[in-house]
Ligand binder design. Structure first.
Ligand code: ADP
Ligand code: MG
Ligand code: ZN
Length: 605
């Protein structure tokens, strides 16, 4: 591999530069330092010294005379004086028998040294400097400008990823599908015997943070074969054609190392549909994709090269990439369910010290909809909080606070909220909670708080579903909408005004109501007609309308009716429980945070 030789080169440059510095010092700096100890005198002094007989040796140079003479202290010193046009000089010196004198023969370098010093050496220095500059520039740009088309896929072997299926909690379906691949890489004979062909490509799809990258690493760890990992964005290069060359190189390397796994993370960066016809800037990406398609056709799956890819935007991938023979197998990696969340919490909690009172189930129930990455973060935040509190182990309260931190942001310590506003916020939150609790199919509340958070939430009501439902009935949807309107309803009832505090509630309620009409077939007028298509299932789920403007107007009407009904119902519920609304709000203002149990107890008696 080329990486292996690279590190040695800079050392050679280093030696070259050191050598150059030494030579330069020798040539210019040291002599001038030595010269410093030489005393300069005038010609008269020189002549006097000669006459006195103090001078021992004289050396007549091109433009000066150097001589040694005994000074006043009787010690010998070196002196120089300017060369004066003095025809009598030789006679004067001969007068004293003790003086040795000579003229220096100008030193002549050999032609070879001259050539080396004036040509080879400067060129070598420039070359070395150039290499150093370009290599440091490459590092800064992250690319590899000089080695065209070399893929820099990292090769992981089993020991290096260090992950196995044990590290991935939940996701049993995904693990099962991938176990088959691992098994194939271990003994392909079993599959060949029966005539089965292993899928060439496996696409892991799911929302961010659900463990797709982690799963791929675990597959490498389990199968104990070389693992080439490259991210889609690494194919996109400064130079046109580089991406394609990289793909070619990657597959060449992979085939040489078969059986092995090639993992392309975030494949949507190169695998986007080719039809988009933008502003012509997509040439490079298309070439890369075409090369990938060709390579996937070109190699023989029997050799044991399996290609894993991960994406959270499968809908944007080019159809050609998904046809049989390429990424024909799709493994969904979904958000974890209740059991999955509990398992993920436990996996990550292995690394930290826990108190005895930890109830992971409760944390898992409070985090419906959280991804694996968020759960890992919750455990870490909990550990950080324990350290902050000066404890040696993590308590349940740390984890509970961590859930809120991850979901709603940190507590905003310095926030100044006027008593009047605090009162409105308390009524608003209690309004949500009472409406939620009084509708029998709504989940009970877990916690109500009016401590402002850095995310901008002024308070919130945390609902907990007892057990996870995969289906949502029309009644449940209506109840949810009513709960969202409960906050505003309480403000109206008690203060007779509207505040901006309900903006998020309004958005959420509308989202559900709209989905009921356009996608879930829960309205009277449109029966089972699909009026919207979801384009971005794993990233927020944007929907685009697919109907005539007249229908769109009718949809708006229906949505409004649903919300109005729910709002009315919330007001009615609160009117029936107005006493509770007052007492609970007063209690919340005093306490700032109350638990679900406290709330239910006060509501029921
Ligand atoms: P993705 O690639 O799907 O966006 P990652 O694989 O990078 O997500 O996951 C990010 C981190 O979240 C992982 O390193 C791991 O710590 C944690 N994580 C996610 N899912 C799981 C899971 N199922 N089990 C354990 N940890 C998980
Ligand atoms: Mg990832
Ligand atoms: Zn609200």
């Amino acid at each position: 591999m080329k990486e292996a030789k690279n590190p040695k080169k800079p050392i050679i440059y280093f030696y070259a530069v050191t050598l150059a510095i030494v030579l330069l010092l020798n040539a210019f700096v040291f002599p001038s330092i030595v010269e410093k100890q030489i005393t300069e005198v005038d010609y008269g002094t020189f002549l006097t010294q000669v006459e006195k007989g103090n001078v021992k040796t004289v050396e007549i140079q091109d433009n000066k005379i150097a001589f040694t003479a005994a000074n006043e202290a009787g010690k010998e010193g070196i002196y120089v004086t300017g060369l004066v046009n003095d025809p009598e000089l030789v006679n004067r010196l001969r007068a004293d028998k003790n003086i040795k004198f000579s003229k220096v023969i100008p030193k002549e370098n050999s032609p070879l040294t001259n050539f080396i010093m004036s040509w080879v050496f400067p060129i070598a220095v420039f070359f070395a400097l150039g290499q150093i500059l370009s290599s440091s520039m490459q590092k800064r740009m992250g690319g590899n400008t000089m080695s065209f088309g070399k893929s820099n896929a990292k090769v992981y072997v089993e020991a290096q990823t260090g992950k196995t299926f044990k590290d991935v909690a939940g996701e049993d379906e995904a693990k099962e599908a991938l176990t088959e691949i691992v098994d194939f890489l271990h003994n392909p004979g079993k599959y060949k015997e029966i005539g089965a062909i292993m899928p060439k490509g496996v696409l892991l799809v799911g929302p961010p943070g659900t463990g797709k990258t982690l799963l791929a690493k675990a597959v490498a760890g389990e199968s104990k074969v070389p693992f080439f990992s490259i991210s889609g964005s690494e194919f996109v290069e400064m130079f046109v054609g580089m991406g394609a060359a990289r793909v070619r190189d990657l597959f060449k390397q992979a085939q040489a190392k078969a059986p092995c796994i090639v993992f392309i993370d975030e494949i949507d960066t190169i695998g986007k549909k080719r039809d988009s016809g933008g502003l012509g800037g997509n040439d490079e990406r298309e070439q890369t994709l075409n090369q990938l398609l060709t390579e996937m056709d070109g190699f023989n799956g029997e050799k044991g090269v399996v290609i894993l890819a991960a994406t959270n935007r499968p809908d944007t991938l080019d159809k050609a990439l998904l046809r049989p023979g390429r990424f024909d197998r799709r493994v969904p990696v979904e958000l974890p369910d209740l059991a999955g969340r509990e398992a993920i919490l436990k996996v990550h909690a292995q690394k930290i010290k826990l108190g005895s009172n930890i109830d992971f189930n409760e944390i898992a129930r409070a985090t419906s909809g959280a991804s694996g990455a968020e759960l890992a973060n919750i455990i870490n935040e909990g550990a950080l909080r324990a350290v902050k509190c000066g404890r040696k182990y993590v308590e349940q309260s740390d984890l509970e606070e961590a859930v809120e931190v991850v979901i709603a942001g940190y507590q905003k310590k310095g926030a100044v909220i006027s008593p009047k506003e605090k009162q409105i916020i308390a009524y608003h939150e209690i309004g949500h909670a009472i409406v939620a609790a009084k509708q029998k199919e709504s989940a009970p509340v877990h916690k109500i708080t009016i401590i402002p958070r850095t995310s901008g939430a002024l308070g919130y009501t945390m609902q907990v579903s007892e057990n996870e439902n995969v289906l949502m009935t029309r009644e449940e949807a209506m109840n949810k909408i009513a709960t969202f309107t409960g906050g505003r309803a309480a403000e109206e009832l008690v203060f007779g005004t509207y505040t901006s505090g309900a903006s998020n509630d309004i958005e959420q309620a509308t989202k559900i109501a709209r989905a009921m009409v356009t996608r879930l077939g829960m309205s009277k007028n449109f029966d089972m007609m699909a009026l919207e298509t979801v384009t971005n299932q794993y990233l927020g789920g944007d929907a685009s309308l697919a109907c005539s403007p007249e229908t769109a107007a009718k949809i708006d009407e229906e949505v409004l009716t649903i919300i109005k009904n729910a709002h009315e119902r919330a007001i009615n519920i609160l009117k029936e429980n107005i006493e509770k609304l007052h007492t609970l709000s007063a209690y919340l203002i005093e306490k700032e945070t109350i638990t679900g149990e406290e709330f239910m107890r006060m509501l029921e008696n």
